[in-house]
Ligand binder design. Structure first.
Ligand code: IP8
Length: 268
C-alpha cells in the first residue's frame, strides 16, 4: 500500500481524564475538542493517552517492569478493560460530532520482538483511505522477552511517522507549549517557534506534576519529539484545556502554542 499523507493528533491523558482520580473522564473538554474536528479535509489519526484509565493501575502492578509475578496479570486485564472504555468514550464523542471514527486496540495490532515493535497497519491504512479516522491509545503490549510492557501513545506516533507521510503531529497537553529555562526568572518563557537546530539546543523548563505517569514527563516528550522531527514537517504542542486553539491551529491560524519545524521543513 502507498504511504498515506496524514496529520496525527495526540490527546494527552491529562486533558481527556482527570489524572489524579481513577477512571474519571473530562467529558466536557473531550466534547469541545471533538467539535473542533468536524469537517476536516485532511485525513488524520487520533492517538490518546491513558490518563487515570491506565497509569494508576500500571504503577500499582509495575507493568512497565515486565512480567515478575502472576498478580500483575490482574493489572493487565483491568487496564485493557479500562482502556477499551476510554477509547470508546473518545470514539462516541467523535461520532456525535459527525466524525467517522473507529477505535483500534493497539495491543491487538502490535507485538515487541527484541528492540523492534512489529505493527500490522493494513487495517489502519485501509480505514484512512476509506475516509474513516482511526483512534488508538497507549496500551500494554505483549513482548517476546519480558512478557509485556507499556507502550505509550507517543511511542505509537514515533513508529507511525515512519509508516505514513505525516504532515504535522499536534500534541494536546495541559500546558501552553514549551517553556524556556531562564536562570534569572522564576517562571520560564513560552517559546512560540523553533527550527530543528534551535530545538536540538533547547533546554526545557520541567513543569512539576504530582500525578502518576509511568511513561514520563515533558522531558521524555522532548526526547521523543527530537526523533519525530526527522520525519515530519512540524510538531505543535498546545494546551488542550483551551480546545478552540486546536481549531485555530488546524486552520493554520496564529495561536498560543509552540511549533517546532522538522529537519527538512522549508517553513519557519
Ligand atoms: O498515556 C500509557 O500511554 P500514555 C499507556 O500515552 C498505559 O503514556 C496503559 C499506561
Amino acid at each position: 500500500m502507498n504511504r498515506i499523507s496524514v496529520d496525527i493528533i495526540k490527546l494527552g491523558g491529562s486533558i481527556i481524564t482527570d489524572k489524579s482520580s481513577y477512571c474519571k473522564i473530562r467529558r466536557e473538554n473531550l466534547s469541545e475538542i471533538c467539535k473542533q474536528l468536524e469537517n476536516l479535509s485532511n485525513p488524520y489519526i487520533i492517538v490518546h493517552g491513558a490518563g487515570s484509565f491506565g497509569h494508576i493501575i500500571a504503577e500499582k502492578h509495575s507493568i512497565q517492569d515486565g512480567f515478575e509475578d502472576r498478580n500483575q496479570l490482574d493489572g493487565i486485564v483491568k487496564i485493557r478493560q479500562d482502556m477499551t472504555s476510554l477509547t470508546q468514550e473518545v470514539v462516541s464523542c467523535l461520532v456525535e460530532n459527525n466524525v467517522k471514527a473507529i477505535g483500534f486496540q493497539t495491543s491487538a495490532l502490535a507485538f515487541i520482538e527484541g528492540a523492534e515493535v512489529l505493527y500490522f497497519l493494513n487495517p489502519i491504512k485501509k480505514s484512512l483511505s476509506l475516509g474513516i479516522c482511526p483512534v488508538l491509545s497507549g496500551d500494554v503490549l505483549f513482548t517476546e522477552n519480558d512478557g509485556f510492557t507499556i507502550h505509550s501513545g507517543d511511542s505509537i506516533i514515533d513508529h507511525f511517522v515512519r509508516d505514513f507521510n505525516v504532515n504535522q503531529v499536534i500534541f494536546l497537553t495541559d500546558v501552553d507549549g514549551l517553556f524556556e529555562k531562564d536562570d534569572n526568572e522564576e517562571t520560564g518563557k513560552l517559546v512560540r517557534k523553533l527550527t530543528y537546530n534551535e530545538f536540538k539546543d533547547f533546554k526545557v523548563e520541567e513543569l512539576q506534576s504530582d500525578v502518576i505517569d509511568v511513561t514520563g514527563s515533558m522531558k521524555g516528550k522532548v526526547d521523543e519529539i527530537s526523533t519525530l522531527l526527522k520525519d515530519v514537517e512540524k510538531v505543535v504542542i498546545l494546551n488542550g484545556l483551551f480546545p478552540e486553539r486546536l481549531g485555530l491551529v488546524l486552520k493554520n491560524e496564529d495561536v498560543i502554542c509552540t511549533t517546532i519545524f522538522g529537519e527538512n521543513s522549508t517553513q519557519r
